[in-house]
Design a protein around this ligand. Structure first.
Ligand SMILES: [Zn+2]
Length: 333
């Protein structure tokens, strides 16, 4: 996704693709942090593009069938997914010095246990997307998450690499395969879902995700409800559980996690409004948090408040993303 607020791609002959202002997108990097290599070049849409060229340019991963069921399990009005991108130190790949690394390390040592405690208190499930090498650096996270018997672990790259910049389809495929294999060994279960690091989809990424057999992806932003991804005009069979910028802690707090503006109270109000309309629309609410960002004290207090608010409503289905994808995939009359 293009971040037009901060980038002026119109000044260069190629566009950068797959950038969500969130975990480690170049636009979100502070000076001390890593910078992603340039994204793959794709043909831009220009005033001279033909209709066919414009169609092809947007055809990789589009909204297909909407998959919100008439009712969620047990008559629930809305499905609620709490998701955590456990990036930790791997956002500092280009600058692995002790101080920036410690910002990410906080995510593993302090935030993940704090988040798990919070989820325990509320008895709700969550989905954790973890880069394979993040598991290597903090292997204790996996048994801690799995011991709760409610949570899901999904793929989030090998070292949180930015897929559009790899520029080699075979290598990208290899990285995806070894990420799946690593998580499968670490968790004892093949991951059902994937979230692209930094929402980085290259031209071939969706094809690789489909071929890898994922039940669902959660990287795109094209709707507020589940849908089937259509690729190059064909239904793909892959379910998208779309995220959003407004449901992402990163866009408010940034990476360094050293400030409190905007006020966490204001962020709570945004999340609450997002949930309220999801509840009215009877669809789905997905929150995307990063432990080293949203797991800071003043911020997790607001997450606690949000979960308490959601639970005060009747007919809520808290679920992992895998549970939601499996539910919407079932054929219904
Ligand atoms: Zn990430």
């Amino acid at each position: 996704m293009q971040s037009s607020r901060r980038r002026h791609s119109c000044l260069v002959p190629v566009v950068l693709i797959g950038l969500l202002p969130g975990c480690s997108s170049p636009s979100a990097q502070p000076a001390q942090s890593s910078r992603q290599p340039p994204a793959a070049a794709v043909n831009p849409i220009t005033v001279d593009s033909t209709e066919e060229q414009i169609r092809q340019a947007v055809a990789t991963a589009r909204v297909g069938r909407k998959l919100t069921p008439k009712t969620w399990p047990n008559g629930a009005r809305v499905a609620v997914c709490l998701s955590f991108d456990v990036d930790n130190e791997l956002l500092q790949r280009a600058n692995p010095l002790p101080v920036p690394l410690s910002v990410g390390e906080y995510g593993a040592t302090t935030s993940v246990p704090r988040i798990l405690d919070l989820l325990d208190r509320h008895q709700v499930p969550a989905t954790f997307f973890i880069p394979a090498m993040g598991v290597m650096l903090h292997p204790e996270m996996v048994p801690a998450i799995l011991a709760r018997r409610r949570h899901e672990i999904g793929v989030h790259g090998w070292v949180h690499e930015f897929w559009p910049s790899i520029g080699d389809t075979a290598k990208e495929q290899r990285l995806l395969a070894q990420s799946i294999e690593y998580l499968t060994k670490a968790t004892g279960k093949r991951p059902a879902g994937v979230r692209a690091p930094s929402s980085g989809f290259g031209p071939q990424t969706f094809d690789l995700i489909r071929k890898a057999g994922f039940l669902y992806d959660s990287s795109l932003l094209a709707a507020d409800e589940p849908y089937e991804i259509v690729s190059k005009g064909q239904p793909s069979g892959v379910i998208e559980l779309p995220i959003s910028e407004v449901g992402n802690d990163y866009v408010y707090y940034g990476e360094t996690a050293n400030g409190s503006l905007p006020s966490p109270d204001a962020v709570f109000e945004i999340y609450k409004a997002e949930f309220d309309l999801a509840f009215q629309e009877r669809t789905m609410f997905i929150l995307t948090q990063h432990p080293h960002v949203g797991g800071r004290r003043s911020r997790i207090v607001q997450l606690d408040r949000l979960i308490t608010y959601i639970k005060s409503k009747r007919d809520i289905w808290f679920a992992t993303m895998e549970q939601v994808a499996n539910y919407v995939k079932q054929p219904r009359s």
